[in-house]
Structure formats: structure tokens, C-alpha cells
Design a protein. Structure first.
Length: 346
């Protein structure tokens, strides 16, 4: 091993140890409204002007802006009047609230909720359970009771999930040709962004969002307009209540919340309710079969540890769960993006 390679290792360790600083810079700029202000201004602004309009200190804002330049989220131009800052294309598209592809809400959920759970990662590893009790002082036996501990938290979570599907939804729904399925049930469909992508991609389909009563109520009030007649709702708890009959069931980021026993329990109910010739589409981030990556999925699995009862799985593990419930001809499509698709047939 050469001396150059030896010198790389300390650098890598330092980069890893400071990784959380990078995300916090982006989260803070989003939270303070930096990207929204620069979009609305229509012209580059000085750090003094940005600080004055957003009500921050000038020294703090200047350092935040420069860090965003380093992250390629802002661009800076040196003029006779001083440094002027503007958004890059990435921040205009993904970090401003008004963009159709905005990731602002998921950023805020990670910053204000997920980060607090990750503070207790060592405890989660020691105990093998989520950390809502330490992070928020709420009982953690029911992960979604803890996750939905207030209407404000529910809205943050639902808006965050919607923002994810605004950039990932079409990829997973187009991984297989779902046009033969006319009656689709989106189990745990939340704010309805994936359902809206589905009826847009497959205009002959009807999608029923099945979720907890309080989730359905917020989805109707906040996220799915009443004129969207191809999306219906049904209230229920898919572990304790009956599941409506459908041709296709979509379980997007559902099974990763639960242990294998609960996954088998839920899939057995889905199989029983599914019409002959129908199927189930799992939307999950798939681990490599040897679990060597992808890194994003490995980190998601750690997040399942601190927030839920579940974990991320390999394609073979999901196939085994589907086959145990009775589904056959299991097909797997990796999208090359954050989430992949697994289709089982009845």
C-alpha cells in the first residue's frame, strides 16, 4: 500500500465525521428562507440585504451563504459593491417552496424530527428499538402513534412524503406496465402524491387511498383537491380492519416500517382481498443481495431502527415475504433512483 493511499484514510474519516454539518447548512438555509428570497428577488443580493430581509445577523448570514456556495447551492459574484449571491439551478428546482419538485418539506422533517431521533442512535443500536421516547417523551410501542403525535407532525410527515414522490413517484409506477389494473388501492397512501402520479400516468385507473382516519381527513383537507374524482378514500387500520377489494395494491414504503411477522400478516390480508389476476406493487429502497450497499439504503435502514420497527431488505427478502403470502411470478425492477419496484401476482 502506497503512502498516498495511507494519507487518504484520515481525510475520508474527517469528511465522514463532518457530514452532518453539510446537511445542517442546507436545512438551515431552507428553514430561514434563503432560497425562496433569492428566487422572489429576481436578482442577486448581498449578504447584508439577505440578512436584513430575513431578520438574521449579518455575520451569521454571510457564513451560511458562503457555505451554501461551497455546497453548490448558491453562486456568488464579486462586484465593486461587494459579493452578490444567487440560487443555482439545483436550489431553484428542489429547495424553494414554490417549485413543483420542491424538497423543502422533507428537509424540514429531517431537520426537526429525524435529526432528534438520530441523536440517540447509539441507544437504538444497544436496545434495538426506536427512540421516540428519548427524543420526544412519547411512548414508542406504536411507531405511528408517536410519529403522528400531533396534527403539526402529521402535516410535516405527509408533506415530506409528498415531496419525495414528486421526484420519485413516476419512476416506480412506470417500472412495470400497470395499465391493466383499473381498481388500485394505495395502502397507507398518506397525502396522496403517489396516487395522483398514478392516475396521471394511467388515466383509466381509479385509486383508493386507504389510511388512518386522521390521515385521510388531512389528506382531503390539505393535499388532494375534491375535483380529483379518480382518487377516493377509505378510513381504516390495515392491521386491524378489513382491506377493500382491488385489482392492484400499492404498498409504498410500508413494509420497511415493520418486522417480518407483521409484513407476513399484512401481505396475507392483501392476498386474501386481492382479486384473481391482480397483484401487489412494493415500492422500497432495495439493498444489494450481499447487503454491501447502496449506502443510501443502508442509512435508510438505520433510520428505520431509530424511527420504526422495521428495516430495509433485499429483493430476495421481499420476494420471500410475497411468496409466503401466496403471490407468484415475483418481478423486481431497480430504477437506478432512490426507490425500486417489486411486483407480485395472484
Amino acid at each position: 500500500m502506497s503512502s498516498t493511499e495511507d494519507l487518504d484514510y484520515p481525510q475520508v474519516i474527517l469528511q465522514y465525521s463532518s457530514g452532518f454539518l453539510l446537511s445542517k447548512v442546507m436545512f438551515t438555509a431552507c428553514e430561514l428562507g434563503v432560497f425562496d428570497l433569492l428566487l422572489e428577488s429576481g436578482e442577486p443580493l448581498s449578504s447584508d440585504a439577505i440578512a436584513a430581509r430575513l431578520g438574521t445577523s449579518t455575520t451569521g448570514m454571510e457564513r451560511l451563504l458562503d457555505a451554501c456556495v461551497g455546497l453548490k447551492l448558491l453562486a456568488v459574484e464579486l462586484t465593486q459593491e461587494g459579493a452578490l449571491y444567487r440560487n443555482t439551478e439545483i436550489s431553484n428546482i428542489y429547495l424553494t417552496k414554490s417549485s413543483p419538485k420542491s424538497q423543502y418539506h422533507i428537509m424540514m422533517y429531517y431537520s426537526n424530527t429525524v435529526y432528534l431521533c438520530w441523536h440517540y442512535l447509539a441507544d437504538a443500536v444497544r436496545e434495538g428499538r426506536n427512540q421516540y421516547e428519548r427524543a420526544f417523551g412519547v411512548l414508542s410501542k406504536d411507531p405511528f402513534g408517536a410519529m403522528y403525535r400531533s396534527e403539526e407532525e402529521m402535516l410535516k410527515f405527509m408533506a415530506g412524503q409528498n415531496s419525495v414522490w414528486s421526484i420519485c413517484g413516476r419512476d416506480v409506477l412506470a417500472a412495470f406496465d400497470l395499465s391493466p389494473f383499473r381498481q388500485i388501492c394505495d395502502l397507507g397512501g398518506g397525502g396522496g402524491a403517489l396516487a395522483r402520479e398514478c392516475v396521471s400516468l394511467y388515466p383509466n385507473s381509479m385509486v383508493m387511498i386507504y389510511d388512518l382516519p386522521k390521515v385521510v381527513q388531512l389528506a382531503k383537507e390539505q393535499f388532494v383537491p375534491p375535483e380529483e374524482h379518480r382518487i377516493a378514500f377509505r378510513e381504516g387500520d390495515f392491521f386491524n380492519d378489513s382491506i377493500p377489494e382491488a385489482e392492484l395494491y400499492i404498498l409504498s414504503k410500508i413494509l420497511h416500517d415493520w418486522d417480518d411477522d407483521k409484513c407476513r400478516q399484512l401481505l396475507a390480508k392483501v392476498y386474501k382481498a386481492c382479486r384473481p389476476g391482480g397483484g401487489v406493487l412494493l415500492v422500497e429502497s432495495l439493498l444489494n443481495e450481499d447487503k454491501s450497499g447502496p449506502l443510501e439504503t443502508q442509512l435508510y435502514s438505520m433510520n428505520m431502527l431509530v424511527q420504526t420497527e422495521g428495516k430495509e431488505r433485499t429483493a430476495a427478502e421481499y420476494s420471500k415475504l410475497l411468496e409466503a403470502a401466496g403471490f407468484r411470478e415475483v418481478q423486481v425492477k431497480r430504477t437506478g433512483k432512490l426507490y425500486d419496484a417489486v411486483l407480485g401476482s395472484k
